[in-house]
Design a protein around this ligand. Structure first.
Ligand SMILES: [Zn+2]
Length: 185
């Protein structure tokens, strides 16, 4: 696969890449490691706590995190599966690097267990609650084409209607890039 990894950038809503369902990838492919490292770089540049492959235009089941105080380590999750804890969902504010200038209340499971492959090809299992479990759920949503604007409350939906419409109207642009993207959507 030819992929210009250093050129990868964060795509923004309503880029169709954000709506694809991502596919399982081969963790031993060297390009996967390069992409993961580039995504960590982009996540830090954007001051984010997580970034999923669809956010750089790739329909891959891969995300990276650095959840600050909750887990201040750069981590790579390849082909992750998430098991959500039962129990009352908790609402908290979330933003998304691909949906700029919007913060919404999102209800999430209070705890989760994640199983994945790390950047060195080793299986990893982690459990978390609260903020870190929330980050995993947010990033896992990206792998299924789900965004925070799909999960926001009716009140947020009303309040942010014009902001979201403005994002949709500010959409890209270059006719060729647009046509190519639509074909792949
Ligand atoms: Zn996001």
């Amino acid at each position: 696969m030819s992929l210009d990894v250093p050129a990868l950038q964060i795509v923004r809503y309503p880029d169709p890449a954000l709506r694809r369902k991502s596919a399982v990838i081969d963790p031993s492919d060297p390009v996967v490691r390069q992409v993961a490292l580039r995504m960590i770089e982009l996540m830090h540049d954007a001051d984010g706590v997580g970034l999923a492959a669809p956010q750089v235009g790739l329909a891959w089941r891969l995300f990276v995190t650095n959840a600050r105080d909750a887990d201040p380590t750069d981590r790579v999750f390849i082909n992750p599966t998430l098991t959500l804890a039962r129990g009352a969902a908790e609402a908290d504010e979330e933003g998304c690097l691909s949906v700029p200038d919007i913060r919404v209340q999102v209800r999430r499971a209070p705890a989760a267990r994640i199983e994945a492959i790390d950047i060195d090809g080793r299986p990893v299992v982690m459990e978390a609650e609260g903020f870190l479990a929330r980050v995993w759920q947010h990033e896992s949503d990206h792998l299924d084409g789900v965004l925070i604007i799909d999960r926001m409350s009716p009140l947020d939906r009303l309040t942010l209607r014009s902001t979201i419409r403005a994002l949709e109207q500010a959409a890209p642009v270059a006719p060729m890039a647009g046509a190519r993207r639509r074909t792949g959507a």
